[in-house]
Every structure is written in C-alpha cells, then in structure tokens.
Design a binder for this molecule. Structure first.
Ligand code: GUN
Ligand code: FE
Length: 427
C-alpha cells in the first residue's frame, strides 16, 4: 500500500532535448517519499494504485504536476538584501554591502528570524532542493540546517570559510581555525540525522582563502565525504586575481587543493577556459549557472551550450542576493534569455538544467517523477494569473513554456518534498 497517490498530467524534462508529457497518470509514493510507480489513470494498474493508496490527491484539469526545482546556489544571509545593492561591481559589493550584513549573523536570534522567513518563501516558489552558503558563524549555520529540517526542504548547508584579504571583523581567525570550525559544522549538521539536510564544505572563493585553508578543506572533504561548493571564474576581476596569484585558473587551483571532486558545485563559471572543462568533467564536478546574477557581476555570458557540449554537468542557481529574484523557475526563463546572445537554449533545456541538471551535480535521486526517484514535486495551476492556458490555442508544449516563463508563487498550489506537502497556495 502506498501512502500517497497523485493523479494528473506530468510535464518534465528527463533529457535536455524533449519535453516528456505523461497525460493523466497516477504517481504512487511510499512512506519514505520514494516513487514506486507511474501508471496511466483509468487503466487496471491505475485503478489498483488509486484503490491501495492511503491518501489520493487529484489535480484539476488546469493543473500540471512537475518535478520540484533544484537551486544550486543561494547565499542565505543575503536574504535581507534581496532586491537591493546591485549598483556596485562584485569586489566593492562584497566589502561595502555584503560582508557587513553577513557579519550580523553572529546574532543567532537575527539569524533564526531570517531563516524562518526565507526557507518557507523559497519552498513556496517551488525550490524543493536548496544549496546554501551560510556564514562563518557555526551557530547560525546549524540554525539554518535546523530550519530546513523544520520546513521540510531538501538542502545542503555550508559554513563559509575565509581567511585572506577579508575584514578582520568577518573572517576565520586562522586557516587552522577555519578548518576546525568547518569540521565541527559538518559534524553538527550530520548529528541532526535528517535524510533531507546535509553539510557542504564551503571555501567562499579562492581570493578569500589562503593556500593552507584551501588545502585543509580539501583534506576535510576527502576525510568526511561531504560535498564542496565555491565560486569559480565568476568575473574578470575574480578570475584575474587567481591567475595573478597562481599563474593558472580557479579550476586548476581548486583541483590542486583537493577541492575539485565528485559533486563539487562551482558557482558561475563564466570565464571557464577550454582547459578547465575537461578537468571539471573528469572530476565529476558541476557548474551552477546563475543567469541573473551574472548579468550584474560576470562581465560576460555563461556559455551554457558550450559547457554542456563538453560533457560538464550544469544546473541553475539564483545566487541570492547577487541575483535579485528568489524563484528558480524564473531563473530558467532568464537562462533562456541570456543564452540568446551566445547559443540559444529553449524552455525544455532550461527546465532540464533547473531539475535534472542540478540533481545530477549533487547526485540526488530527484528531478524527474519516475519509479525509484524521490517525490519532490510541484503543482502549477494554469487557470488564474498572467499564466493562462487557452483552450484550442495552447498545446502541451506551449502550456509548458508558459509555466516556465510565467508561473509565480501564486500559481504554485502544491509543493511536496519526499512525499510530504510542505508549501503551496491550495488551502
Ligand atoms: N564571490 C565571493 N563571494 C560572493 C558572493 O557572496 N556572491 C557572489 N556572486 N560572488 C561571490
Ligand atoms: Fe554566489
């Protein structure tokens, strides 16, 4: 007997090339949130699936079931600055706006207040998996992981490590202290014992980390098996600073330090060179493409098509608050928009990146609704808002495209993570 059966029409993008439409199916989910079967409604197997479910939820004709979105890159402490402060280039934005804000999370009460507002809001946008940079503070970082557990969001939560050329009021006291604090944070988050929330080792970016810190965190990743996230070749200034320091790129530096590993999330990657791509591919790492943030900070356009063609895993990120928009679905539309000045991608490819792409970087069984995958899913209603499907005009492909371009939280009526309903406008 399954614990939940959801009946309706599924849109998803298991490949970057083709939209998969499963018209009127029954998706059965077991007690640990795994999908056990996807069968046609009204068929003999469909009738059995519905009859044997503890709870049945039927979509209305205007609603569609889609996999939840995987946001590969969020700076949680920058949530109060979302929508502001983008008048400066990255190197000034960090010091004048961002580090002073992040330093405030020494106050655990403030941290808890922000996390309690942010995590449910992101779930309401359909972000079922989130990869977070927290701050250097261990208590605030642990509190973020606890909030994700409480709200039921699948997440990777990273304590930020940084000890070089950063303010002395917001940094690790030494490389050794940065590694030790990161190790304690990994242990603390694992001690929560949640199947949804995991730690991730987080050197902020190469320019803010000494060699000793980078190497120590590489060793910590090898010892603990925790994933790694960092920024990589984001802007001309940042990419150039690393070239000047080492005579080679961020990717090579991260590789040398033991940080380019299976599942490492490299945020941005706008200035990745053709020598970098085979290294990333061979390591099994991936890139978080953050189209809106890149428009402000990158001094270039991420070459999505070229990076995919090189066999490198790519997902999408909001880069809150470098990107002033909280929803990942909207980021799919922006990925299409910015691709127009290099090599075009379409709505199917963009949605594939925002679901399967991100899941592939992280090695998570999410991103498609198929047996063996976790039931992380959203329902979008196409009846009410600017997003309106018109009978006799819009076929499945057009309705899907409208969802990617136009869906907003008001249209997201249900959000499930691991089979548990965690958000949505349906009362
Ligand atoms: N590089 C180092 N820190 C940051 C950050 O907070 N945001 C972005 N976009 N780039 C960074
Ligand atoms: Fe970032």
């Amino acid at each position: 007997m399954s614990s939940l059966a959801v009946v309706g029409t599924v849109y998803q993008a298991p490949t970057a090339e083709a939209l998969e439409v499963l018209p009127d199916v029954v998706v059965s989910v077991d007690a640990v949130g795994s999908i056990t079967s996807v069968v046609p409604a009204g068929s003999p197997e469909g009738d059995v699936a519905v009859a044997s479910a503890a709870q049945v939820h039927r979509l209305s004709p205007s609603q569609r079931l889609l996999p939840g979105l995987v946001d590969l890159h969020i700076h949680a402490p920058q949530w109060p600055q979302l929508g502001t402060g983008l008048d400066l280039p990255l190197e000034r934005w960090l010091f004048e706006y961002t580090f002073p804000l992040e330093a405030r999370y020494a106050d655990l009460g403030f941290a808890r207040e922000v996390w309690a507002h942010m995590v449910p809001t992101l779930l309401a946008h359909g972000t079922t998996t989130a990869v977070y940079f927290a701050t250097v503070h261990e208590p605030a970082t642990s509190a973020l992981a606890e909030q994700c557990v409480r709200s039921g969001q699948r997440a990777f939560v990273g304590r930020v490590a940084m000890d070089l050329d950063v303010p002395d009021w917001y940094c690790d006291a030494s490389a050794a202290e940065g590694v030790a604090a990161s190790r304690r944070s990994v242990d603390d988050i694992r001690a929560l014992g949640s199947p949804l929330v995991q730690p991730i080792i987080t050197p902020r970016f190469v320019p803010a980390c000494s060699d000793e810190l980078l190497r120590g965190l590489g060793q910590l990743a090898a010892e603990t098996g925790a994933l790694v996230q960092t920024h990589c070749s984001e802007s001309v200034w940042e990419h150039g600073a690393v070239l000047e320091r080492y005579g080679h790129s961020d990717t090579t530096a991260l590789s040398t330090m033991g940080l380019l590993r299976e599942g490492t999330v490299l945020a941005h990657g706008n200035h990745l060179g053709s020598d970098d791509l085979p290294l990333i591919r061979a390591a099994g790492a991936g890139v978080a493409h953050c189209p809106l943030s890149n428009t402000y900070f990158a001094n270039g356009v991420f070459p999505t098509r070229r990076v995919l063609d090189a066999g490198v895993r790519v997902g999408l990120g909001t880069d809150i608050a470098g990107g002033a928009e909280p929803g990942l679905l909207h980021q799919c539309a922006l990925a299409i928009d910015v691709s127009r000045s290099v090599a075009d991608i379409d709505a199917v490819t963009a949605f594939h990146l925002g679901t399967v792409g991100g899941a592939g970087v992280l090695g998570l069984p999410v991103g498609v609704l198929a047996p063996g995958f976790q039931f992380d899913a959203i329902v979008v209603d196409t009846a009410g808002s600017a997003l309106r499907a018109w009978d006799g005009i819009d076929d499945h492909a057009r309705v899907f495209e409208k969802i990617v371009r136009l869906a907003r939280p008001v249209d997201v009526v249900d959000v499930w993570v691991a089979g548990t309903r965690v958000a949505g406008t349906r009362q």
